[in-house]
Design a protein around this ligand. Structure first.
Ligand SMILES: Cc1ncc(COP(=O)(O)O)c(C=O)c1O
Length: 403
């Protein structure tokens, strides 16, 4: 029997989806499961986007150009122009989701054995893609009590080695909800310049900011040749299934290499690129995004208010994205999540993503979970009530088994 590659074995299964079969079983038994485990927004995809797809005049569904459909590239240019960034079409590559922009960024900046520094906890697929491309992740631990902001510069520098090629981070952060401050970004840019590193910044949650101000990494012209921006319409347009993202860089060599990667995978989805073009052509597109962000602000406030009432739950109110990474009064949060799906009595239960899967350092995040506030406020309130009851019953059940 030919063997399976070591790298595919080393790639971690997504902690967000791993416990999904238990949720399916619970539902088969008639339970309602509040899914706070996955960042799948429930807000309807904007009508102009869907109309753009319905009304697309396509006779032959042929390959789109590898860099993206001209209409989609123009739409991305228009979006960035609204943010105050002037991009040429050559600085934009349409990718198959932000996910492909992440893989291309790693492919373009790293050879096998090279290292990328990532603040942890981080979006777990960073580790998955790194393992698949034989890139080593160097985790830089950040802490709940500090709102997951960055440690001092000397600590970051202590993690760099001659094999470090890039710093990768999401801003706003998944799973932390951190929005990095201007001094933090200044420091990262300075580190990249001084140590000759690429800065791969994933801004897919750019619009989801409730506290402070988000500064895009594109705001640093002095680092233009170090910066690779990962972006996506999945969250912003509530269109995760569209699979349209983008890689942006002002570094010509980076773009040439990324465009070459893009020719290998041929093209990104045609209809959804047309949907993006139609969305941006709609005069109300900004209002549609703003309305959605307001809805998330209310959800964040309600979710944090309700979490704050539960004894033993610890967190700092996140500044952005749509996640809270919080501590539970349990030793093993994954065991608790399993128990909630298999043993919690009653007609409803709640599901979170276990915290440990967001860390590369073994042993970290054992008492943490990530909650995604992607449900309506009444469901968030109900989910928190179920969580509170679950914690009491779980700890009682544990105490009993321990005698
Ligand atoms: C930080 C971050 N980057 C990238 C992605 C993937 O985005 P896409 O759906 O565009 O592939 C996600 C999805 O959850 C994410 O949270």
């Amino acid at each position: 029997m030919p063997k399976i590659s070591a790298r595919s074995i080393a790639a971690p299964a997504s902690p967000i989806r791993r416990l999904y079969p238990l949720a399916v079983e619970a539902k088969k038994k008639g339970k309602k499961v509040y899914h706070l485990n996955i960042g799948q927004p429930d807000i309807p995809t904007p009508e102009p986007f869907l109309r753009g797809i319905r009304e697309a005049k396509v006779e032959v569904l042929d390959y789109a150009p590898s860099p993206g459909l001209p209409e989609a590239i123009q739409a991305v240019q228009a979006y960035y122009a609204e943010l105050g960034f002037d991009l040429s079409p050559q600085e934009i590559l349409i990718t198959i989701g932000g996910s492909e922009a992440i893989t291309f960024s790693l492919m373009v900046t790293c050879d096998p054995g090279d290292q990328v520094l990532i603040p942890e906890p981080f979006y777990p697929n960073y580790l998955g893609y790194a393992r698949l491309s034989n890139v080593e992740i160097i985790p830089l631990t950040t802490y709940r009590a500090e709102g997951f902001h960055l440690p001092p510069r000397r600590e970051i520098e202590a993690h760099l080695t001659p094999r470090t090629r890039a710093i990768l981070l999401s801003n706003p952060g998944n799973p932390t909800g951190v929005v990095y401050t201007e001094p933090e970004l200044d420091m990262l840019v300075d580190l990249a310049l001084r140590h000759d590193l690429f800065l791969i910044v994933d801004e897919v949650y750019r619009e989801f900011v409730y506290e402070g101000k988000h500064k895009s990494i594109l705001s640093y012209p002095e680092a233009a040749d170090r910066v690779i921006l990962v972006d996506s319409i999945s969250k912003r347009l509530s269109a995760c299934g569209a699979r349209v993202g983008m890689l942006i860089s002002r570094n010509k060599e980076v773009m040439a290499a990324a465009q070459k990667c893009a020719t290998i995978r041929l093209s990104a989805p045609t209809f959804e690129q047309l949907g993006l073009a139609a969305f941006m052509a709609d005069p109300h597109h900004r209002e549609i995004i703003a309305r959605m962000i307001e809805e998330y602000r209310v959800r964040r406030d309600v979710f944090c208010e309700e979490l704050g009432k539960i004894p033993g739950v610890t967190f700092r109110k996140p500044e952005g994205a749509f996640y809270v990474m919080f501590g539970l009064p349990v030793q093993d949060s994954e065991d608790f999540i399993r128990w909630m799906l298999t043993d919690f009595p009653g007609k409803e239960t709640v599901m979170f993503a276990p915290g440990a899967g967001f860390y590369a350092t073994p042993g970290k995040g054992q008492d943490e979970v990530r909650g995604a506030y992607v449900l309506k406020v009444e469901d968030l309130r109900r989910a928190c009530a179920v969580l509170a009851e679950g914690l009491v019953l779980y700890n009682e059940a544990l105490a009993k088994t321990r005698g």
